[in-house]
Design a binder for this molecule. Structure first.
Ligand code: GDP
Ligand code: MG
Length: 314
């Protein structure tokens, strides 16, 4: 549709071998100063989390949704390979730092105003080659620049996921020196390979149950946990959670799997159809990126990227 044939993933932040972060201003500028985005408000939807947990694979379905002419029939054809952000098996890391889709997508808010939607893939957390500092930097920067951050986790929402998130959020808040309430907008936990559907159903409904349970502050609880929870409430305007089923053994075990829908379990596809349209709902007040309560344009986001990176580098 509106995308050019050369559209693809572009590295905007990389990590050097001596653990320095490099913002590729030229690459970022080409995206944020794209003529399609000029003067428009933006939404930046990102995905973060441990590596080899299906993040880029999921993003490629976001891409399909954004590219589709009609949002009822977006998921694609049975035999079509899944392309876009690089996803695959094997033990090597594919994405370190931050990768953005090279072109913005246009969507219209309920009031008719067109906004530019951007997608970002990130990598940094908790594989053997990353330091804690790198992880915190990548995650914190992601939270700062995104309107919606998807935190991709495997199997279940655990206590340590909350602790890490709270640490990253704290790091981000300190960097911008902005201890006002809710510096960040939406955080969506995406739990992959949810196994307890018989107890808690897939989707946002089951996610809400898990989240309420994990975020509850109980009497006699360890004080650290209480702090983590109140910090999350303070930092984010909206926190929700989606429980996703396992995609099936062809996805995880077959070397020649190319992402085609035919090889993916029906439950997974059903939940994709529930998750993605909800994530890109244009009447969500957290969808458009704000800084200090003001909706910003893509060129302003460029300046924020530079400022935040400079702060972290110092
Ligand atoms: P990333 O490193 O988090 O971006 O992970 P990738 O998207 O590259 O996927 C890594 C591997 O996980 C690929 O072989 C995918 O086929 C597989 N995968 C994709 N989605 C899922 C999922 O929901 N569950 C499981 N167990 N594997 C998945
Ligand atoms: Mg990836």
């Amino acid at each position: 549709m509106e995308q050019s044939s050369s559209a693809g993933p572009v590295q905007i932040v990389s990590i050097t071998e001596d653990h320095k972060f490099v913002l590729d201003e030229k690459n970022l500028k080409a995206i944020l100063y794209h003529k399609r985005a000029q003067g428009k408000k933006i939404s930046l939807v990102s995905i973060a989390g441990d590596f080899r947990k299906g993040k880029s694979f999921m993003l490629d379905f976001f891409l399909r949704y954004l590219r589709a002419k009609n949002h009822k029939d977006w998921i694609g054809k049975d035999y079509e390979p899944l392309k876009g952000f690089d996803w695959r098996g094997g033990a090597a890391r594919h994405t370190t730092g931050m990768i953005m889709w090279s072109e913005p997508f246009l969507m219209s808010l309920p009031n008719g105003e067109e906004i530019a939607v951007l997608l970002m893939d990130t990598q940094g957390t908790f594989d053997s080659n990353s330091t804690v500092f790198e992880n915190a930097f990548i995650f914190a920067l992601t939270l700062l620049v995104s309107s919606v951050t998807v935190y991709n986790i495997m199997h279940n929402l655990q206590e340590d996921n909350l602790q890490h998130l709270s640490f990253f959020a704290e790091y981000g808040v300190l960097a911008i020196d902005a201890y006002h309430t809710s510096p960040f907008q939406q955080l969506t936990f995406l739990v992959r390979d949810w196994q307890f559907e018989y107890e808690t159903p897939y989707g946002f409904e089951g996610g809400e149950e898990i989240l309420t349970n994990r975020l509850q502050i109980r009497p006699n609880q360890h004080r650290d946990l209480e702090l983590v929870r109140s910090r999350l409430h303070q930092c984010f305007r909206k926190v929700n959670c989606f429980l996703m089923p396992h995609p099936g053994l062809k996805v995880t075990n077959r070397r020649d799997f190319d992402g085609r829908l035919e090889d993916i379990e029906k439950d997974f596809k059903t939940q994709l159809q529930a998750f993605i349209p909800e994530l890109f709902r244009l009447d969500n007040t957290n969808f458009v990126k704000e800084v200090n309560g003001e909706e910003i344009t893509s060129t302003q986001l460029f300046e924020y990227f530079r400022t935040y990176c400079a702060v972290f580098a110092s």
